[in-house]
Design a binder for this molecule. Structure first.
Ligand code: SER
Length: 317
């Protein structure tokens, strides 16, 4: 791994993963790309505009920078995918197949692709959902992730493409806003709390979901990308877990520091998506295969966000 291309780098995970990889591999060796213009969080390193459905454009970037590793993050998230099912299928699948085919033909070292807890549906066990549970999702996003996992396993088996993947829970960070996901409320809530405003939640108060603080997500991703090949035994995608909480519990965690914070509940179509997903995840395979363990619990995450977000909001004014 010497030259890394990140797709979807302007996104919530992409911005922070780019920074994390640049710390390790050097700014010039991590090429950020996105269909959108560069965002300020990406700093001064190399950036290219790229539509991941444009295979030739992607190939040209791989050649130009002598890329040997692709972290392919560009995708439509769950709530947006329900509103635009054909685009979700096309973007999420064509983008991945372009990456896998380029990796196969140019014999790249490695590919990373994110899957999600959305691969599970109502018939998977709700609590501590095991790695090998049935993956029968009820959302379009989930369908694209199950199909993507199968493509990854196929390209690994058939063409020896070293593709690795994580089933992320809801990711919570304060540096870049998420867009179009069902777990996004757990980011928006901190912005409202700091603004001294009440928060209207689009999920019910007791709707538990698996979540993870962004620095743990970046750590999990980098640990998996760097793990030696013989330790990566799951070639569909690894369950990873950190925290699990309900909207009422995150509001309570905020209230420990902002006592007057108020939350109301107005569930919308996203409640149905959330209800189809696990409450919590069993990640013992990731723990034993490549030593995964998270660092942040709910209160530690809340403290970190409430300490650091005001500064960031001030500088971006
Ligand atoms: N956080 C994502 C979403 O809500 C799940 O992978 O869509």
């Amino acid at each position: 791994m010497k030259k890394i291309l990140i797709t979807g780098a302007c996104g919530q995970l992409g911005s922070e993963l780019t920074a994390g990889l640049r710390d390790i591999f050097g700014t010039e060796n991590v090429i950020a790309s996105d269909i959108s213009p560069k965002n300020p969080q990406l700093g001064s390193g190399p950036f290219e505009r790229l539509d991941v459905m444009d295979r030739e454009g992607m190939e040209a970037l791989v050649d130009k920078y002598e890329i040997d590793t692709i972290c392919h993050l560009a995708a439509l998230l769950s709530a947006n995918a329900e509103k635009n099912i054909e685009l979700a299928w096309k973007l999420n699948m064509d983008g991945l197949l372009n990456v896998l085919n380029i990796a196969k033909e140019k014999k790249l070292d490695r590919v990373f692709w994110p899957s999600s807890i959305a691969v599970f549906g109502p018939d998977a066990r709700k609590a501590k959902t095991p790695q090998a549970s049935a993956t029968n999702p009820s959302t379009v996003y989930g369908i694209t992730k199950v199909a993507g996992e199968q493509w990854c396993a196929y390209y690994h088996r058939k063409f020896s493409v070293d593709v690795r993947s994580l089933r992320y829970p809801g990711l919570i960070g304060y540096k870049t806003l998420p867009g179009g996901g069902t777990t996004d409320y757990a980011v928006d809530i901190y912005h409202k709390a700091l603004a001294g405003e009440p928060f209207s939640c689009f999920l019910e108060e007791d709707s538990a979901l698996p979540m993870m603080y962004m620095s743990d997500a970046v750590k999990a991703t980098i640990d998996l990308i760097q793990a030696s090949e013989e330790h990566v035994k799951v070639r569909t995608s690894y369950n990873v877990a950190a925290i699990s909480f309900t909207p009422a519990e995150i509001a309570e965690s905020i209230r420990k520091q902002i006592p007057g914070f108020e939350i109301t509940y107005e569930p919308d179509y996203r409640q149905e998506i959330a209800s189809s997903w696990p409450d919590s995840i069993d990640d013992s395979a990731a723990r034993s295969d490549w030593n995964w363990s998270p660092e942040y619990d709910l209160d530690r995450m809340t403290t970190d966000i409430l300490e650091n977000l005001p500064e960031l909001l001030k500088t971006s004014e």
